[in-house]
Design a protein around this ligand. Sequence first.
Ligand code: DAH
Length: 330
Amino acid sequence: METLQKRIEEASSLDALEKIRVEIFGKKGLLAAEFAKLKDVPGPEKKAFAEGLNHQKSALQEIFDDTLKVLKSAALEKQLISESIDVSLYGNLREKGALHPVAQTMDKIIDYFVSLNFSVESGPLIEDDFHNFEALNLPKYHPARDMQDTFYFADGGLLRTHTSPTQIRTMLKGKPPIRMIAPGAVFRRDYDLTHTPMFHQVEGLVVEEKGKVSFANLKAILTDFLHHMFGEVEVRFRPSFFPFTEPSAEVDISCIFCKGSGCRVCSHTGWLEVLGSGVVDPNVFKAVGYEDVSGYAFGLGVERFAMLMHEIPDLRSLFEGDIRLLEQFR
Ligand code: DAH
């Protein structure tokens, strides 16, 4: 009896105690075996024998219950400790994300024109020959089509090579006056330090009643825009050619790296080319059925702006998703 009591009290865990319970109180346990002996006990002694056993049984049961309580509360304690949460600990500090430098540059460009009440238009990336070329005064077999190496689909569709087709779509769906920009991705078969097959442009177009806008307005707005983007730089308009504008000009800023004295980035010219622009060619208006209007247009490469603003030497690095580069733009 005492050894049984001791074994119960010394059970080290709930599992161990359960084993002892089966051993002592179970159907085939020690107590059951003792009670089985009752039938062999002579009649007059039966009562005392049974009472003795019952007494022992309830004494053991009491000790068992006490031990069970102690072990249970110890187990609970242990669980509470292991599952406790230290609310004073630091959480997993999350890295803060940031907009991609191209998106940041795009936003800065869009902000400027939206503040002047330009609408922001968009068009499809998969274009047709009419919107990407024909309506922009680039007829089939025109040599100027070679200026833009095009990805074609088998059905004659193509990936737009510039955002200029959005000019055409906006003019076709609306009517003058128009003040719009069209930001978005464009595609060309090009890949080197300063070219990637996909990049972003922002196109701009202003159309007014004939005589209301001229090259002078174009010069004023683009000069102000370039100051917004690059700070105090000099701006120069250089005669150029685009099929969709006449006259056309490329726009340069004084080199932001050498301040115009000549360096590797500006190829020792002191100037950086940043925009194409011009007065809308009458053939473009004819293609969309506009009469008695004048307008000007411009187009720029967003990655080029981002590279210059942030001194990024290799355009391709903007698209490699290297977190070490992107982290610098938080
Ligand atoms: N579409 C031209 C390009 O991708 C950029 C451009 C130049 C747009 C002159 C214009 C413009 O609207 O007037 O190279």
